[in-house]
Design a protein around this ligand. Structure first.
Ligand SMILES: Cc1cc2nc3c(=O)[nH]c(=O)nc-3n(C[C@H](O)[C@H](O)[C@H](O)COP(=O)(O)OP(=O)(O)OC[C@H]3O[C@@H](n4cnc5c(N)ncnc54)[C@H](O)[C@@H]3O)c2cc1C
Length: 377
């Protein structure tokens, strides 16, 4: 984003802010909630409006945990963070009447090799005391060759969920207000230049995920904007097709679920289109990915005879190792960040936001999500 000479004439009013959050997605709203709980006066500045980024464009699956290939201590820590996230989200949903269904998740195998990998994962989960059940067959009779079910996962209406988190945060939202420059004035104050105001903030937390590279060069090479796409059919006569579970296959490259109004939603299709879908913040759909999703629909759901009523895209922030990044900008110690959710921000966002706020307010360690690991490795 650039700002022309004419747009910034120096007349933006100055506003003093205690705790400024940038970005009103699930992570920014959760951060505002935690900072508010800690007694801080919170303002969120957002370039669009509440949850118009990835947080309302996702598939709404809360699948706890991270990939089992991380070293065991990291896996365990991230599992606990994700479990905490789910607990928070179910609480927000329940208190605010947000549509949620705790029908579990099912990882499905496209090939015998993937089935073997799921079986190995099941063994690892069992050893860790994680509830799961592996079967060599396809519970839905739709051409998969193995399934790993986890009973505790959930699907949700993600847009309503972010609005609920925002409501409980008690924060003020300044919408249509893009941040374009940050200066750490001195040890106490950060000046944040935005379209409508010049904020003087005691603390700033960037929750700008995929868009962070446009804010500070620190994020270049650390968070890559990556497009994700979905389609949804018209409501179907006989539903649910998938028992309302959060389903995925091909190691997560495809994901699908029943919606609350009886549609089939399918997302993913990026694996064979990576060049096209990487390094972009353009959230329009693309033909190759939509054709890939349609081919998947015809392959596994040939009986679904309904038009596709909606197609959309959203921009994820992929970190280099797939885990979120939390830290402070090197030259701006009062500016923290919680970014890089790599397609798992519903599953990891709230717990990560909690740690980021704690870090800024108390100096607490953020553990496995510490962005310092990237420079160290
Ligand atoms: C198609 C798709 C499917 C997905 N499915 C799932 C799923 O099922 N489960 C799951 O866990 N995750 C899923 N994800 C990922 C998940 O949606 C994200 O990880 C999560 O929403 C990230 O939240 P966030 O708040 O960090 O980012 P965002 O929701 O993108 O919020 C960032 C906000 O910052 C604002 N912003 C950016 N720059 C500025 C600026 N300069 N000034 C002011 N505001 C700014 C943006 O407008 C935006 O609102 C999916 C993502 C996509 C795209």
């Amino acid at each position: 984003m650039t700002v022309s000479l004419w747009q910034v004439n120096g007349s933006q009013p100055i506003r003093e802010v205690d705790f400024l959050v940038v970005g009103a997605g699930i992570v920014g709203c959760a951060a505002a909630y935690f900072a508010g709980q800690a007694g801080r006066q919170v303002v969120i500045t957002e370039m669009r409006d509440i949850a118009l980024g990835a947080s309302s464009r996702n598939a709404g699956m809360i699948v706890v945990g991270v990939d089992s290939s991380y070293p065991l201590p990291v896996f365990r820590e991230m599992w606990a963070l994700s479990q905490r996230t789910q607990d928070y989200l179910l609480g927000f949903a329940e208190r605010n009447g947000v549509a949620v269904n705790r029908s579990g998740s099912v990882a499905l195998a496209e090939t015998p090799a993937e089935a073997k990998a799921l079986q190995a994962q099941a063994k690892m989960f069992e050893a860790e005391g994680i509830a799961c059940e592996y079967t060599d067959s396809d519970p839905f009779g739709r051409g998969w060759c193995g399934a790993l079910r986890r009973p505790d996962d959930a699907v949700v209406q993600p847009y309503e969920l972010v609005q609920a988190v925002f409501k409980e945060s008690g924060a003020e939202l300044v919408a249509n207000n893009e941040l374009y420059h940050i200066v750490q004035d001195d040890a106490e104050v950060v000046t944040v230049y935005t379209r409508q105001y010049t904020f003087k903030a005691r603390q700033v937390l960037l929750c700008t995920n995929a868009y962070s590279v446009h804010i500070d060069p620190y994020f270049v090479g650390k968070v890559t904007p990556t497009r994700g796409q979905c389609l949804a059919t018209a409501p179907l006569p006989h539903t649910p097709l998938l028992g309302n579970a959060a389903c995925h296959s091909d190691h997560g490259y495809f994901y699908f679920r029943d919606t609350f109004d009886g549609r089939l939603l399918i997302g993913g299709g990026r694996k064979t289109n990576k060049l096209l879908e990487g390094s972009t913040t353009d959230d329009r759909t693309t033909e190759p990915v939509q054709r890939t999703l349609e081919a998947y629909l015809w392959k596994h759901f040939p009986d679904v005879d309904a038009p596709i009523e909606r197609r959309w895209a959203g921009i994820m922030g992929f970190s280099v190792d797939g885990l979120p990044l939390v830290g402070r900008l090197p030259d701006k110690p009062r500016v923290g960040f919680a970014v890089g959710f790599t397609g798992h921000g519903l599953a990891l966002g709230v717990g990560t936001a909690e740690r980021a706020v704690d870090m800024l307010l108390t100096g607490a360690s953020v553990g496995a999500v510490d962005a310092g690991r990237i420079n160290r490795n």
